[in-house]
Design a protein around this ligand. Sequence first.
Ligand code: FES
Ligand SMILES: [Fe+2]
Length: 357
Amino acid sequence: MTELTKGAQLIPNGMLDDNYPRNMWWCAAHVDEVTDRPMARWLLEKPVVMYRKKDGTPVALDNRCPHRWAPLSEGRVIDDQLVCPYHGMQFGADGVCTRVPTQSTIPPSAKVQSYPLRQAGRFLWIWMGDPDKIDHAPVDMGYQVNPDWSVVTAYMEVDANWVLIRENVLDLTHIAFLHAKTFKQGDWENPASVSMEGESIVYRQDFEPSPLSPLFCAGFGFPDGKVVKREQEGRMPSLAVSFSDWNVHDIAAAPGERIDYLVRGAHIVTPGKRGETHYFFAAAFDVPDVSDEVLDQTKTNILDAFNEDKDLLQKIQRLVSEDPRGLDFPEINLGADGAGVRVRQILKRKLDAERSA
Ligand code: FES
Ligand SMILES: [Fe+2]
């Protein structure tokens, strides 16, 4: 591991380097991605293969056979064992080799690393650090599997360091500017107030009545342009996860009709290869049984907006990577960077702790 690059950033974000803690839960996949067929994904700069056993238990192993290094994900799952595609060595869910087709003795070192996986909400979470240091569960996302909510999930690969996405989703003042044509939520003119609640970064901001972003009107059953009052509240309980709550109040609700609504975004990032990030997203309306058609359209609209972020963040990453000045360039903080600065403080603290251990 390298030190976070020192430069003109007051608190370096390490965007060109290995800048992710290991001893925490990162998202490995949407639950539906992992089946009885092996699936490959780079996580924390390591090749990982995932599959499910017959009883549904998800398994994650190093995706590199210790014999001649074939990607195990090209093999097959037989009786809960992963069979290498090259010479047929077989590995159990714990990574230990159970069979070598051409000999009866199994070399004692014939095993691959296995990683703990757990489910939370609609996602699987992997611990790639020291398993003896697992001291907490993945962030609770029970609402995502609660039938009182209607949920869309999406995934995109972003060629930018994960911390750029993390900072992006915690400073929503960019919505009025970068997403002027998609979110159309132009009233984001002031920074949110930011505080720490325990280990979580929290931001809050109230808005006077204004038309709600068309991205979310249909999910609530509102016509486009519906004027609502909003309280925006965000929370980052882990570097891997932040939530953005749009608390919406129907100020024209007839007596006895519903007034309060919520759409909660979950922004989940996982480092992949160096400079690449898996970005998992869930938008959840606290409204049951929203139609598939509305959810599909909502997903399309959200992806249109998030592709604006992706495009710009990738350009930032490329610019900083290719510019010989790298991070040695002035970087100023604005009032709206309160949450982003705290991300860097938390990141630095975690990395310092892991690297000095
Ligand atoms: S490379 Fe896997 S069995 Fe030979
Ligand atoms: Fe954005």
